[in-house]
Design a protein around this ligand. Structure first.
Ligand SMILES: Nc1nc2c(ncn2[C@@H]2O[C@H](COP(=O)(O)OP(=O)(O)O)[C@@H](O)[C@H]2O)c(=O)[nH]1
Ligand SMILES: [Mg+2]
Length: 252
């Protein structure tokens, strides 16, 4: 007789700043993927002081997919948003659950979640949807952005290698919930203490000091579907990320 795997939930943290035009499509895609795969999704949307009706759109989807909505009274930036979303996910998840972070702009397709969850079942702890794996596809990404990202990847691999990781900056990831809980115990308030987009790199570098198994799955990035401009400011983010890389390499 085959033993049934106990039901496991996947908590999806969605940082959202003025994503009223996109977040509904993301929640719909999660709902559809849940029906197709049997994965129990629970969305955690953090509306970071949006001036558009992001929160209202999310409330409309609450009956269709289990969903927690956190709202910042004013715009606090991606670092604080990811922190609040991850803390809520860690609070709600069981150790055997999976916690995912994903953009709310409808450029990340949920298929990668299915691949990442399968890898977690194989024994991996942290998975990245990577632009640098066979089978990845990036549609509509401006060339300068591609170039800076790739240069960053090469630099990270040379200066602060993490076995199994090529894409250090992509925010689309899956973590075994127990691992994030462990990291929170180890680092406490310092676990997620970077303000801007560099918070994602920082989380990865901190986790790399723990004995964990890292892996990647191919990313399909549909930048052509992005409604509105990127909120990531390339030059300041690249500068802060570089600074962080060298600080962490030197051990502080
Ligand atoms: N909370 C918060 N989220 C943000 C902010 N800026 C961007 N985001 C969200 O972070 C994710 C990444 O931003 P995005 O514009 O897609 O950057 P890109 O994918 O790097 O071009 C999206 O889900 C945004 O809604 C911000 O100031 N605060
Ligand atoms: Mg995006």
């Amino acid at each position: 007789m085959t033993r049934e795997r106990p039901p496991r939930s996947v908590y999806v943290v969605l940082p959202a700043y003025n994503e009223a035009g996109n977040v509904g499509a993301v929640l719909k895609a999660l709902e559809r993927t849940g029906v197709e795969t049997g994965i129990q999704f629970h969305a955690i949307v953090v509306d970071d002081g949006s001036s558009d009706p992001t929160a209202e759109i999310v409330r409309k989807y609450k009956g269709r997919i289990p969903c927690t909505l956190l709202v910042h009274a004013f715009n606090r930036g991606l670092g604080a948003t990811i922190r609040d979303g991850l803390l809520k996910a860690i609070e709600q998840a069981d150790d055997g659950d999976v916690i995912v972070t994903m953009d709310a702009d409808d450029t990340h397709t949920p298929g990668a979640i299915v691949d990442m969850v399968a890898k977690i079942d194989q024994g991996y702890d942290v998975l990245i949807a990577s632009r640098y794996q066979k089978g990845s596809l990036c549609v509509g990404v401006p060339w300068l952005r591609r170039f800076v990202s790739y240069a960053g990847s090469l630099l990270f691999r040379a200066v602060h290698p993490v076995p199994g990781v090529r894409d250090f900056t992509c925010g689309y990831r899956a973590y075994r919930a127990a691992v994030l809980r462990q990291a929170l115990k180890r680092y406490r308030r310092e676990f997620i203490d970077q303000d801007g987009f560099q918070c994602m790199v920082d989380i990865l570098l901190k986790l790399s000091r723990m004995k964990l198994r890292f892996g990647e799955v191919p990313l399909v990035l549909r930048y052509d579907r992005k409604g509105g401009k990127s909120k990531m400011k390339l030059v300041p983010t690249a500068y802060r990320t570089l600074l962080l890389l060298f600080r962490r390499r030197l051990g502080f």
